[in-house]
Design a protein around this ligand. Structure first.
Ligand code: IMP
Ligand code: MG
Length: 180
């Protein structure tokens, strides 16, 4: 296994081994199982970044549960407030459902802080958030992560679903930008 990978113009160094990630996913899965037994939660994976974590987490869950995926598209609004987000792909009726939003990484928290009110407005029974990575030091929006995988410093990481300019999502392990 190589300790370094090159993606586009940058070099990344091994940061977290797949085995450590898988142990953490199983821990989170156990917590979710005990919190949601009999509630048939609906997992909502946020594409693209969360697709591998969502698949692993869902696979590790041993209670009745459903899964669906959404994509968040941001565009510049016509008002000076700037960006607005659109949720694409939520076909399920989420009224009265117990939702677990599955994210790859919470950085500033902006995406999540815009996504949650839109989902809440559809009257689910409950909403919780699972994220495999979080960078607490770069947070600008206050968001609560209920199932928090790894808290990492302000490093740019790739692998396990996360990309650098489109590439690196398929890396088995997680790598961090070397000169960070
Ligand atoms: P937020 O709105 O700042 O919390 O943005 C979160 C999104 O930014 C994630 O879903 C990722 O798509 C992207 N992101 C943030 N940090 C990283 C990173 O270190 N590697 C790859 N993508 C990242
Ligand atoms: Mg994302």
């Amino acid at each position: 296994m190589s300790s370094f990978v090159s993606i586009h113009d940058k070099t990344f160094k091994l940061y977290l081994h797949r085995d450590e990630i898988w142990s953490k996913v199983q821990e989170l899965a156990k917590e979710i199982e005990s919190d949601y037994s009999g509630k048939k939660p609906l997992f909502i994976g946020v594409l693209n970044g969360a697709f591998i974590f969502a698949a692993d987490l869902f696979h590790a869950i041993d209670i009745d549960a459903e899964i669906s995926f959404i994509k968040v598209a941001s565009y510049s609004g016509t008002q000076s407030t700037g960006e607005v987000i659109d949720i694409i792909g939520l076909k399920e009726d989420i009224t009265d459902r117990h939702l677990i939003i599955v994210e790859d990484i919470i950085d500033t928290g902006k995406t999540l802080s815009e996504l949650l009110p839109q989902i809440k407005s559809k009257s689910p029974a409950s909403i919780k958030v699972a994220a495999i990575f979080s960078k607490p030091s770069t947070r600008t929006h206050d968001v609560k992560i209920d199932y928090n995988g790894f808290e990492i410093p302000d490093k740019f990481i790739v692998g396990y679903g996360l990309d650098y300019d489109g590439l690196g999502r398929n890396l088995t392990h997680v790598y961090a930008l070397s000169d960070d």
